[in-house]
Design a protein around this ligand. Structure first.
Ligand code: FRU
Length: 497
């Protein structure tokens, strides 16, 4: 066991490495009843460097077992982000059809000249150990900032597809291959500015996957996701943006505007599991719950970096277009423990009305908020304050003046690691016809994830509270009978020991 220097910040049901630095999820595959999670990892310390692929395995995406480092930095080449596939037909020749190889494509970062190229490694032992292909790199443009290959099988064209970014040109390159080794450039995607897409900072970690449109018979759309790292000198927005469009195996065509996947600060470099044409058909995404603005300064030790909870994606009609919805994987329900109960009757506070629950040092919770606004004119704001003390609170709520759902961590504890940390994030979520608004909230020691109205809006945020403050409070301002509410939830069983 590793001695935890900050046990009060160690997530209890989110994946964290036992020690050291972690960033992006990599090589996500499901095979033989197991989920593989590789990740950007520094085997030697708790800051970014010596990038390698760390590894964890799970049967349910909830209980993860850390494994030995899968791909080690070697000969001046760091192992940057990438993906993996099960090469079922042994197109690569690295295994055989009875024992299909796992094949990974990753970015090699050549430290001497800063070139980024794409490389292949394969595994014949269930992803435990990886062998680098002898003729690496397989794709080399002699270019800096060319990275993060996402590879998947495209049945209609019977070929492998790869997307990778030219990070500073805000361009996504599409390649095809029949054997995962020889790659042909098929197209370049540069979205029109009229899509509203942000090109501040680098573009990183692209992904592309199909989803059925809920409620439309057999209509399939492709989602192209890319992260934007933001412009460090200003408060520009970061995280995943996506386009909904069509893909024919070589070209992606975007329809409509780009959208943000998460409205909080800490959902980055997300990727989906490559299980899209097998298993139970769920499209599951996981992200690195952090932000490059302050990732080097978060006050946890000896680990630095955590993953989000895995989420199921679906595509639904929303407003006059389509939108992704995210749902926590149902496997998390196996961790539900004692129910939590708020005080039955509201008390009058300086600002309005409130009911409280004393969490008594339990800070792994799943909370349900279900609010119906009866009088739109008489309700100002409602929300939930977590880890509330005399001078500290994290506030998650909805306010009527601009019809926005928000998360305010300006006074949530330790906030001085970067100017970008103490911020309020908000996004418009109008009340629906019956005035109802609901949220499922996951608190896990140093993080909170909020799924609003069935996950059409989500917020993922880190926070580092003084952990002696245990009050959780549901509050509202305006008239006392402007709303009705239903509150509940569960304590979540700890996995980390
Ligand atoms: C995204 C990223 C990737 C890169 C990796 C390096 O967070 O910058 O673009 O491959 O991290 O660790």
């Amino acid at each position: 066991a590793t001695y935890d220097e900050t046990p009060w910040f160690r997530p209890q049901y989110h994946y964290t490495p036992k020690k050291n630095w972690m960033n992006d999820p990599n090589g996500l595959i499901y095979h033989n009843g197991e989920y593989e999670l590789y990740f950007q990892y520094n085997p030697y310390g708790s800051h970014w460097g010596h990038m390698s692929w760390g590894h964890a395995k799970s049967k349910d995406m909830v209980h993860w077992e850390q494994q030995p480092v899968a791909l080690m930095e070697a000969d001046g080449v760091m192992i940057f982000s990438g993906s993996a596939v099960v090469d079922t037909n042994n197109t690569s020749g690295f295994g055989n059809k009875t024992h299909p190889p796992l094949v990974a494509l990753y970015t090699g970062f050549v430290e001497s000249d800063k070139i980024q190229d794409q490389r292949v490694a394969y595994s014949n032992d269930n992803g435990m150990s990886w062998i680098n292909y002898e003729n690496n790199p397989v794709l080399d443009r002699h270019s800096e900032n060319f990275r993060d290959p996402k590879v998947f099988w495209h049945p209609p064209t019977k070929s492998w597809c790869m997307l990778a970014v030219l990070a500073q040109k805000h361009t996504i390159l599409f390649y095809t291959s029949v054997n995962l080794i020889d790659w042909t450039l098929a197209s370049e995607f540069i979205p029109s500015p009229s899509t509203g897409v942000s090109i501040e900072g680098n573009w990183e970690c692209p992904d592309l996957f199909p989803l059925k449109v809920i409620g439309a018979a057999n209509q399939i759309k492709w989602i192209l996701k890319v992260d934007t790292s933001g412009n460090r000198t200003e408060m520009s927005r970061t995280g995943a943006q996506y386009f909904i469009g069509e893909f024919n195996g070589t070209h992606f065509v975007a329809g409509g505007k780009s959208q943000w996947l998460d409205s909080g600060m800490d959902f980055y470099a997300s990727n989906t599991w490559n299980n899209r044409y097998s298993h139970d058909g769920r499209m599951i995404i996981i992200g690195w719950a952090c932000n490059w603005y302050y990732s080097e300064n978060i006050p946890t030790s000896p680990f630095r970096g955590m993953m989000s909870i895995p989420r199921v994606l679906s595509l639904l009609p929303y407003g006059d277009g389509l939108r992704l919805a995210q749902q926590p994987i149902q496997e998390l329900q196996s961790l539900r423990g004692d129910p939590i109960t708020f005080a039955p009757n509201p008390v009058v506070t300086a600002e309005g009305y409130a009911v409280q629950f004393n969490t008594n040092h339990v800070r792994s919770l799943e909370i349900f908020l279900n609010v119906t606004v009866l009088s739109r004119d008489e309700l100002k704001e409602f929300g939930l304050k977590l880890m509330k003390g005399p001078s500290q609170e994290l506030v998650i709520g909805w306010r009527s003046d601009d019809q926005s759902f928000f998360i305010n961590r300006t006074a949530s504890g330790i906030v001085d690691m970067a100017p970008h940390f103490p911020v309020v994030n908000c996004t418009q979520v109008p009340l629906n016809q019956d005035g109802r608004m609901w949220a499922q909230i996951f608190l896990d020691w140093c993080s909170v994830e909020v799924f609003v109205n069935g996950g059409v809006v989500t917020f993922t945020d880190l926070f580092f509270p003084d952990t002696n403050q245990d009050i959780m409070e549901f509050y509202w301002t305006g008239a006392k009978d402007a709303i009705t509410y239903d509150l509940g939830g569960y304590e979540m069983t700890s996995i980390w020991k």
